[in-house]
Ligand binder design. Structure first.
Ligand code: PGA
Length: 246
């Protein structure tokens, strides 16, 4: 199983370092049970990657990257720099970036190509809003979000070895609400089939995100085809995160 900690902008820099350094031994033990990806702020990527590189199955990820390779893009960070800093995964298309920073499906597709150019595994977030969920439009939303991504990937000369797709219903993020077992079983079976059809040569890890907590992870782990979790709030506290992984 893959456990991805998305710290967003919740922890100041020194707390990010302390989360890892104060719990280093336990973190090393956790990595014997699962693959862990920590996505801190951009600033913390290099020091964490440098200090934790010897822990097997521990990866440092970024929370976003530029859609451009290099150039006059003030405030942006390139996939090339992320790779040089030791980053091996990167979240793209998170609903917060789609809604607050105007990221479109085309921008997200460009980011995925930039990441793959530098052997960084994209963690591609998709998911519907509360209104779309009520109108039972989840599948249409996912189809629209995934179609341009499948197109750019299929236009690459070499298909990527590995990708992650995170199904994160927007209404479940940070709310304590999660979809039903039936809804998730249906979505993940569909995602599995769709990825086999459109990305036959790529190993796609399908993960769930949105209010993953101690009280619901047992049920979530029972859902066929869920290969991991994208964890926001509960990952900022090491002991809570440890309980989810153990
Ligand atoms: P949450 O966030 O676990 O706090 O709901 C998940 C995410 O946004 O990736």
């Amino acid at each position: 199983m893959l456990y991805i900690a998305n710290w967003k902008m919740q922890l100041p820099f020194t707390n990010e370092l302390l989360w890892c350094f104060n719990n280093r031994d336990e973190l090393e033990q956790l990595c014997q049970q699962a693959t862990i990806v920590i996505c801190p702020s951009t600033l913390a990527i290099a020091p964490l990657a440098a200090t934790l590189h010897d822990i097997k199955l521990l990866h440092i990820g970024a929370q976003n990257c530029s859609e451009f390779s290099a150039g006059a893009y003030t405030g942006q960070i390139s996939a090339n720099s992320l790779a040089q800093a030791g980053c091996t995964y990167c979240i793209v298309g998170h609903s917060e970036c789609r809604s607050y920073f105007g990221e479109t499906n085309d921008i997200i597709s460009n980011k995925i190509v930039r990441l793959l150019e530098h052997d960084i595994v994209p963690i591609i977030c998709v998911g519907e809003s509360a209104a779309q969920h009520e109108q039972q439009r989840t599948m249409d939303v996912l189809r629209t979000q995934l179609a341009p991504i499948f197109t750019v990937i299929n236009n690459l000369t070499t298909p990527p070895a590995n990708l992650c797709i995170a199904y994160e219903p927007i209404w479940a993020i940070g709310t304590g609400k999660i979809p039903t077992f039936e809804h998730l079983s249906m979505i993940f079976s569909w995602l599995q089939e769709t990825c086999q059809q459109h990305l036959p040569s790529t190993k796609v890890d399908l993960i769930y995100g949105g209010s993953v907590q101690e009280g619901n992870i047992g049920m979530l782990k029972e859902i066929p085809h869920i290969g991991g979790f994208l964890i926001g709030g509960a990952s900022t506290d090491f002991q809570k995160f440890k309980k989810l992984v153990s």
